[in-house]
Design a protein around this ligand. Structure first.
Ligand SMILES: NC(=O)c1ccc[n+]([C@@H]2O[C@H](COP(=O)([O-])OP(=O)(O)OC[C@H]3O[C@@H](n4cnc5c(N)ncnc54)[C@H](O)[C@@H]3O)[C@@H](O)[C@H]2O)c1
Length: 306
């Protein structure tokens, strides 16, 4: 029989790809989000409302993939209390419903921001949790709740610590890859802080979504880092975007910002031991993001003149 899986935040950037990956793996998928998912039954509402959670976590589910969150670091600094409500209190409410309704597994989309600043060191799952923002702190708190429910109630509760996710469907996002694409589309440039030699790990959304689906369907409890397994300098990312778009994308260098990590380099050995194998190279991945931003491919409003 196919697994029945609830995806929270299914209509978001990562969520749409997770729904696809779960369906490709044969799962029966339902969703909860503030906006309906186009392809799967969705409970529409705010997960901070206990009644919405009650409707979403219906008996008979096998697993939950929990993606809905305040996802912006900056947003979490501006609105820490709201971040706590959704990222921690609503997560705790969902876990409690899983316990009382016999849902066997709960996969959380987490982040490497739970470990804070590790300088130029390689990030592994063994580092202590030392988040430096409300976003990182609430994801760390979520991981701790999962650990407690795994320990006390036997819930299988993997936490997937994603690096920077990129890929098709990023039009609403404001991270560096969509900024590069927007600049290319508008004939603008981008600002790079420092010399651009700082390294970042980028994971393609298809790889990230595949990992989250597999986590829900079988990974063990505890944290697992999921990244592209290769870090690129910001300068290399600009070069890949220029190649994918054919645009010049001039760079304005500004002084490095205090506190910016010199490198994000992750070790994905644990994920690989669970079957994870990132497949998308940066050049191909960038080329796949571009169609969402290309001015000549932008949809024209029906009946409109734009
Ligand atoms: N995108 C990344 O680079 C990245 C990196 C690390 C971790 N993550 C984590 O992955 C998850 C998904 O990220 P994303 O980039 O797809 O985010 P997103 O903002 O694109 O999607 C989030 C979805 O959750 C829904 N949502 C938000 N608040 C809600 C609420 N109160 N009630 C119901 N639905 C709500 C939104 O409507 C949206 O569809 C998040 O938990 C995020 O912290 C993302």
């Amino acid at each position: 029989m196919s697994a029945r899986v609830l995806v929270t935040g299914a209509s978001g950037f990562v969520g749409r790809h997770v729904v696809e990956a779960l369906r490709a793996a044969g799962a029966e998928v339902c969703a909860v989000d503030r906006t309906p998912h186009p392809d799967v039954p969705t409970v529409v509402g705010d997960l901070c409302d206990p009644a919405v959670r009650e409707r979403a976590v219906r008996p008979g589910l096998d697993a939950v993939v929990h993606l809905a969150a305040v996802t912006s670091v900056l947003g979490s600094v501006e609105r820490p209390a709201e971040t706590l409500d959704l990222n921690v209190a609503a997560t705790a409410g969902l876990l409690e419903l899983c316990r009382t309704r016999d849902v066997g597994a709960f996969a959380l989309a987490s982040t490497n921001a739970v470990v804070g600043d590790v300088g130029a060191g390689v990030i592994t799952e063994d580092l202590p949790l030392r988040p430096l923002t409300p976003y990182g702190a609430t994801k760390a708190a979520g991981e701790m709740l999962l650990s407690g429910y795994a320990g006390a109630f036997g819930l299988r509760a993997p936490a997937v610590r994603l690096t920077n996710v990129y890929g098709p469907g990023m039009r609403a996002k404001d991270s560096f890859v969509p900024r590069l694409m927007r600049a290319a589309a508008q004939g603008d440039g981008v600002v790079v802080y420092g010399d651009g030699e700082q390294r970042r790990d980028l994971v393609h959304v298809a790889d990230a979504a595949g990992a989250l689906a597999q986590a829900a369907l079988g990974w063990p409890s505890g944290p697992t880092i999921v990244g592209g397994a290769r870090s690129y300098t910001v300068n290399e990312m600009v070069a890949a975007a220029r190649e994918a778009t054919g645009a010049e994308i001039p760079v304005e260098h500004q002084p490095a910002r205090p506190g910016e990590m010199p490198a994000v380099v992750v070790d994905v050995t644990r994920a690989r031991s669970l079957g994870y194998a990132p497949t998308t190279a940066l050049a191909d991945g960038m080329a796949g993001v571009w169609p969402d931003f290309r001015p000549d491919l932008r949809p024209v409003a029906v009946g409109g003149t734009a």
